[in-house]
Design a protein around this ligand. Sequence first.
Ligand code: B16
Ligand code: MG
Length: 221
Amino acid sequence: MKAVIFDLDGVITDTAEFHFQAWRNMANSIHIDFDREFNEELKGISRMDSLNKILDYGGVIDNYSDEQKEELADSKNNEYVSLLSELKPEHIYPGIKKLLDALKENDIKIGLASASKNGPTILDRLGITNYFDVIVNPALIENGKPAPDIFLKAALDLGVTPEECIGIEDAEAGIKAIKDANMFAVGVGTVDVMKKAGADIVLENTKELVFSSLLDAFKQT
Ligand code: B16
Ligand code: MG
């Protein structure tokens, strides 16, 4: 194992509630409402894919030009970014800081493969930017998760092969992306859902993301 590539939202911290509030306000402004169950489908996918899903859900996908969609996505993002100002280091999920320290101590490279264009802002607010050797810019990745591209780019930029990497994800689309990249996939979340997506091991809580356990699990493959 030479590198660990992290997803951000749902693994390092949780800004899902901010995404939910901002998307729902945007949707309400065009007379669409949705609940938390539908919101689950928006996790881990890009901003524009999320907007298209919402417009499709509201039955109005054909009523909006590309320009109008950009405006809607911008209005959601503006609200989301202002909500991010509430984010603090204490919002890092349990066990993550300890894992980052252990990876550094053991010379394991650290990458970020988040679909979020706000990834660098979020890492800054959490005070953990310096741990990351590579932060992939999702704007430069043609095919979003579940395509493996963002994880492959992280490995390439870290100078390691995919087989030397562990990927950590909380979304089905992300686990599929890691497996299609030929990496060892650690799922954080519900066992059935993560296993179905192809996770090699599943942890119910980030507290269980312990360096020695990850290394053991990786060695067994
Ligand atoms: P942005 P991840 C994803 O982050 C979120 O889970 C998803 O809900 C969001 O739509 C996506 O980032 C894009 O975010 O609008 O900030 O570019 O889980 O890949 O870290
Ligand atoms: Mg995620």
